[in-house]
Design a protein around this ligand. Structure first.
Ligand SMILES: NC(=O)c1ccc[n+]([C@@H]2O[C@H](COP(=O)([O-])OP(=O)(O)OC[C@H]3O[C@@H](n4cnc5c(N)ncnc54)[C@H](OP(=O)(O)O)[C@@H]3O)[C@@H](O)[C@H]2O)c1
Length: 238
C-alpha cells in the first residue's frame, strides 16, 4: 500500500488532493486544524488524519510522532500544501501575525520534511505547493509573497539535499485559485481565478511523470522570464 501525507487537507486544493490520491490507491493521511472537515474526508475511503496547527512551535515533530504512533513506516508522497495569506500592509501586521504566517507558509514545510526523513526513502516525492507570487509581487499580500518567495528558494536547495538521498522534490506554482484562500480574507475570487481541480490534476500528473516543477496553468512558466528588479508587481482585478 502506498502512503501519502497532505497538509492543508481541509482546504480547496488539499481536499481534492486527498480524494485524487485515494482514487489512485493511496492510503492518505491529512493534516489540518478543522477536525470536522478532516472527519468528513473519511467518506472518500482510505483516510486518516492528524489535527495540528502548523503555526505552533513543535507541530512538525508532533506530526512525525503521531505518524509513528499510527504505525506508518514509509511515506511515498509528502505534499506540503497548507498555507494562507494576510491581506494587509506589512506595517499593520502584529509580531505574532507575521511570525505565524512565516511559520505556516515557509518554515513548517521544511521542518516537516526534515522530521519525516526517516519515513521518506528512495523513490519518495516531496511536493511544495508554492505560488506564482514567488516570482511577482502582489502588494495587497506583502507578507505572503515574501513567505512564498522564501519557500521557493528553500525548495530549490532541498531538491539537491533530498536528491542525494534518492528523494525527489516537485515545486508547484499555481496562479489564483477559487478557494477559501480569498474568502478567508473577505474578498471575491480575483478575475482570472482557476478551479482547484485544475491545480490538483496538474499536481497528480506531475508526481506521476516525475516532474521537478509544475506551473498551473502551464503558461505561467513565462514568469521565470520576467524582469524582476526590484520586483515585478501584479495587482489582482476584482
Ligand atoms: N488559492 C490560491 O489562489 C492559491 C494560489 C497559489 C498557491 N496557493 C497555495 O495553495 C495552498 C492551498 O491553498 P488553498 O487555495 O487550497 O486555500 P484554502 O482553501 O484556504 O486551504 C488552506 C489550507 O491550509 C490549512 N492551514 C492554514 N493555516 C494552517 C495552520 N496554521 N495549520 C495547519 N493548517 C493550516 C487550512 O487548514 P485548517 O484551516 O483546517 O487548518 C487549509 O486546509 C496554500 O499553500 C496556498 O498558499 C493558493
Amino acid at each position: 500500500m502506498k502512503t501519502a501525507l497532505v497538509t492543508g487537507a481541509t482546504g480547496g486544493i488539499g481536499r481534492l488532493l486527498v480524494r485524487g490520491l485515494i482514487e489512485r490507491g493511496y492510503e492518505v493521511i491529512g493534516v489540518g486544524r478543522r477536525k470536522e472537515r478532516l472527519e468528513e474526508l473519511k467518506s472518500y475511503g482510505n483516510f486518516e488524519y492528524i489535527t495540528a496547527d502548523l503555526g505552533e512551535d513543535g507541530a512538525p515533530k508532533r506530526i512525525a510522532n503521531a505518524l509513528r504512533d499510527m504505525g506508518i513506516e514509509r511515506l511515498n508522497i509528502l505534499i506540503n500544501n497548507a498555507g494562507y495569506a494576510l491581506r494587509k500592509p506589512l506595517l499593520e501586521h502584529s509580531d505574532e501575525e507575521i511570525e505565524t504566517l512565516f511559520k505556516v507558509n515557509t518554515l513548517a514545510p521544511v521542518e516537516l520534511t526534515r522530521e519525516l526523513l526517516p519515513l521518506l526513502g528512495i523513490g519518495s516525492t516531496v511536493v511544495f505547493v508554492i505560488s506564482g507570487v514567488a516570482f511577482v509581487n502582489v502588494p495587497e499580500l506583502p507578507s505572503y509573497c515574501a513567505a512564498k518567495g522564501a519557500l521557493h528558494y528553500l525548495a530549490i536547495n532541498l531538491e539537491k539535499e533530498l536528491g542525494e538521498r534518492g528523494i525527489r522534490v516537485m515545486r508547484v506554482y499555481p496562479k489564483q485559485v477559487k478557494t477559501e484562500f480569498f474568502t478567508r480574507n473577505n474578498v471575491p475570487y480575483p478575475r482570472g481565478s482557476i478551479e482547484p481541480e485544475k491545480v490538483v490534476g496538474a499536481i497528480i500528473r506531475g508526481i506521476e511523470k516525475g516532474k521537478r516543477e509544475v506551473f498551473v496553468p502551464g503558461y505561467l512558466k513565462l514568469l521565470k522570464h520576467l524582469p524582476n528588479w526590484p520586483a515585478f508587481t501584479y495587482r489582482f482585478k476584482y
